[in-house]
Write a protein that binds this ligand. Structure first.
Ligand code: 26Y
Length: 809
């Protein structure tokens, strides 16, 4: 890519402002600069995009399609500049024009089309696919409202709609000519053709138009631009009603249109708990039907082969079970439209799909009432029913030892459709997202499926794009690393390991220290601006940022804070390394206990932060509206990365990887990818505590844990719980009885009390360790050095070679 100088960029921006806004650059607003610069960047991207598409069509490379209900891509201007090799000159140009790059980038509304980990993973994967020159694309939904905007009012979470499309989105192109029709409801008629095969016709269906909006996915300095295709639901006018001037049919249509537009109306703000809404099911079918139709059409256009050869040229990864209706949809198209037999269609389908599981939490395993699917998509139901029949017969005849298990294996059981079972049976690959997670799937959660299909199961530990999470979010650290080991790590992140050689170099460690300090000052300024609270950049920045969920145990964290506060009140002169506890988290709007925890954190903050007696040794900050952009501010400033889920519950985690890459030390349980971090950096460079997954699973299975015993025996625990129960926090007499009851009367399902003591002890180790500045920095650099292993480039290479069998272009 020909690199633009800052001079040239300035000219282009100035010109763009004249042509499009008719204004002088000195009179331009930040927003106008944002649009002008975006349009200059698009000028770079669009020819490459066009050429990439042409190249794929001409060469017929095998393509991978990543189907996901969520893509949490955040802002794109800065990352597009970075990947186009224009970031440095653009920042210079903006500065020279008298504007602030940070303010210009902040004009872009985050594209928050996802809830959390799963959606952000999809976004990191797209970045790695393009940057590694793999032909890989995303398919998702263009929700008009992204994940809700969170405000904290009197300590409580309040949700506001996120109308992110209020202003034009500069990165999308509407492709009306590629719209497809989706059909719901109606009747299915079966006919016998002359050759004896069956034909299915649909009648009286409700039709919806799916219109694609394409977003370019720019590879890092390589001229590759892949596509994220987001579908938008629009009315498909029933011609007959209109042409015949049938008024009532016309108004029926209009009525119907309201519900049509709802299909791509908003993202369900639920992560990990089952939301059984029919509209969500409609959304899922909307995504898969439009995408599969599009994929098959594209395949035919490019390859001029019979569809029976689809698996040679196409592989489809389904991101959790949410898009698993793609499997029967593929069967439907192959049989009903392409006239293939069941057996050949099944062969093609099961060689095309691969499924990633992201959770073992039972409440997150999707099932749908059979009637709902039968009513909404009768033909799809018939196909699922047939898949199920054949699958159950196979078990009955070929696996006698599993006969008793049929109710737990069947895709349709007790009038519900089990999506994970459908996804496993219909895919050639099933993967978990971290080593321990895949082991739990194989040994426990999906044990019998593993017996049936041992070869399908494999692990692909998650990763994060080091371009956004290090190069872009922490440019000074990236620069320092390049000064030390040269720039090769940027294209080969595993080379970060070369930092190890320097991890004892005192002069160098001082430089790492300075970078971290400056990042902490920047965050402290942001915190002050947002909350009015002053935090000490010399204190330990102890960070827990992620969705709020009981299993993630933000409660354990705030219990520790309350404990420290109690200690300080008893003895204000205690020798404590000053701490700033930073939280950010959204709770699902209907998740009562999660919202209580948010309120508790804010209540504790409002007491601790203003209590002069504790001499500023503790600060508690809750930053509202956690999203990708806020993460980019917090992560570079983190010292401690809290990853304290109940062992066995966090499939992988990816925030743990982001903070490690930015030099934070992990304080965590042996869960998810923490285990792999631990194994890489060694026990001396991480703070591990608490029950192991085996111990937790053993308690769940065999009992033996009694939370009340701990409450009775441990005064520190009793004091905290009683404070919650009696509402005796300083001047606030707010009660948190429900948290109290939940722990004591539901026997502390997430082992907060059980892990409390080891957690305190480990925090004491952190407190001591931080005092030895050089040793701390040494550990920090060792963590950065090993973090290349968690670049999503590594993960994507593994998917590409083991599962997708695709080549770099
Ligand atoms: C069924 C529906 C309500 C639902 C919607 C979203 C269920 C689950 C989800 C989202 C799950 C999710 O984000 N899982 C996370 O995926 C990350 C990427 O693999 C993991 O790192 C993380 O441990 C896991 O909780």
């Amino acid at each position: 890519m020909q690199q633009l100088t800052s001079e040239r960029l300035k000219e282009k921006i100035v010109n763009r402002l004249i042509i499009e806004n008719g204004i002088d650059v000195n009179d331009a607003t930040n927003k106008q600069i944002f649009y002008a610069l975006s349009s200059v960047v698009n000028e770079e991207i669009l020819p490459n995009w066009f050429n990439t598409n042409k190249h794929y069509e001409k060469t017929g490379y095998k393509q991978v399609y990543y189907l996901s209900m969520e893509f949490l891509i955040g802002r794109l201007l800065e990352s597009n500049l970075l990947n186009c090799g224009m970031l440095a000159s653009a920042k210079e140009a903006i500065n020279e024009l008298g504007f602030s790059p940070e303010e210009i980038f902040a004009e872009e509304h985050d594209a928050g089309l996802g809830n959390g980990g799963l959606g952000r993973l999809a976004a990191c994967f797209l970045d790695s696919l393009a940057s590694l020159r793999y032909p890989g694309h995303g398919y998702g939904i263009r929700y008009r409202y992204g994940l809700f905007e969170q405000r904290i009012i009197h300590g409580n979470q309040v949700e506001l709609p996120d109308y992110w499309l209020k202003e034009p989105y500069p990165w999308e192109i509407r492709k009306e000519e590629e719209a497809v029709v989706i059909q719901y409801h109606g009747k299915v008629h079966m006919f016998k053709r002359n050759d004896g095969t069956l034909e299915f016709k649909y009648e009286n269906t409700d039709k919806v138009m799916a219109v694609p909006y394409d977003v370019p996915v720019v590879g890092y300095n390589n001229e590759v631009v892949n596509t994220l295709r987001l579908w938008s639901a629009e009315p498909a006018f029933q011609d007959d009603a209109r042409s015949q001037g049938d008024q009532s049919a016309f108004y029926h249509d209009l009525d119907h249109h309201h519900s049509i537009e709802q299909i791509s109306g908003f993202l369900y703000p639920d992560d990990s708990s089952y939301e059984g809404k029919e509209l969500r099911l409609k959304q899922q079918y909307f995504l898969v039907s439009s995408s599969i139709q599009n994929i098959i059409k594209q395949f035919k256009k490019t390859n001029k082969m019979p569809v029976s050869r689809l698996p040679e040229k196409v592989v489809i990864q389904i991101n959790d079970t949410h898009p698993s209706l793609a499997i029967p949809e593929m069967m439907r198209i192959l049989m009903d439209e392409e006239r293939m037999s069941w057996d050949s269609a099944w062969e093609v389908t099961t060689r095309t799909f691969a499924y990633t599981n992201h959770t073992t939490l039972s409440e997150a395993l999707e099932t749908w009432p059979k009637d709902m699917i039968q009513n909404l998509m009768p033909r799809i139901y018939m196909i699922i029913d047939e898949i199920n029949e054949r699958f159950c017969k196979k078990i009955w005849f070929d696996y006698e030892e599993l006969r008793d298990k049929i109710p737990e294996l069947a895709i349709i059981a007790y009038d519900r459709i089990h999506m994970a079972r459908l996804a496993i049976v219909g895919s050639f690959s099933v993967n978990g997202v971290a080593r321990i997670h895949t082991e739990i799937l194989k040994k426990k959660e999906m044990k019998d499926f593993y017996t049936l299909y041992p070869k399908k199961f494999n692990n692909k530990t998650n990763g994060i794009t080091h371009r956004r999470w290090l190069l872009q979010a922490n440019p000074h650290l990236a620069g320092l690393i390049t000064d030390v080991i040269g720039p090769q790590w940027i294209n080969r992140p595993k080379q970060l390991i070369r930092l190890l050689k320097h991890s004892n170099d005192k002069a160098l460690l001082e430089k790492f220290d300075e970078v971290k300090r400056n990042n902490k000052i920047a965050l402290a300024n942001y915190i002050h601006h947002q909350t009015g609270i002053l935090v000490d950049e010399k204190s330990i920045f102890d960070v827990q940022i992620k969705r709020l969920h009981e299993y993630k145990r933000q409660l354990l964290n705030i219990f520790h804070v309350i404990y420290l506060y109690n200690e300080l009140k008893d003895n204000p002169n205690q020798d404590l390394t000053p701490r700033t506890f930073i939280f950010a988290a959204k709770a699902a709007p209907s998740y009562y206990l999660a919202k209580e925890v948010i309120k508790l954190i804010n209540t504790v903050a409002s007491i601790v932060n203003y209590d002069k007696e504790i001499q500023g040794k503790l600060k508690v900050i809750f930053l509202e509206n956690y999203n990708v952009s806020l993460a980019e501010k917090i992560i570079p400033a983190s010292d401690i990365s809290e990853q304290i889920s109940t062992a066995s519950k966090e499939a992988s985690g990816t925030g743990n990887m982001k903070m490690m890459m930015n030099g934070a030390l992990t304080l965590g349980t042996m869960d998810g990818a923490n285990i792999e971090i631990h194994d890489l950096v060694g026990p001396e460079n991480i703070f591990i505590f608490g029950l192991t997954a085996d111990e937790v699973l053993d308690y769940y299975q065999n009992g033996g844990y009694n939370a009340r015993d701990i409450y009775n025996k441990d005064d520190r625990v009793k004091r905290i719980l009683d404070q919650l129960n009696q509402g005796e926090f300083g001047i606030h007499d707010i009660e948190f009885k429900d948290i109290y009851y939940n722990i004591l009367f539901h026997n502390d399902s997430y082992f907060v009390l059980k892990d409390f003591e080891p957690y305190l002890e480990t925090h004491e180790l952190v407190d001591r360790a931080y005092r030895d500045r050089l040793h701390w920095l040494n550990m920090s650099v060792i963590n950065i050095a090993h973090s290349g292993k968690f670049s999503s480039d590594q993960t994507i290479k593994e998917y590409a070679t083991d599962i997708w069998k695709i080549n770099q272009v």
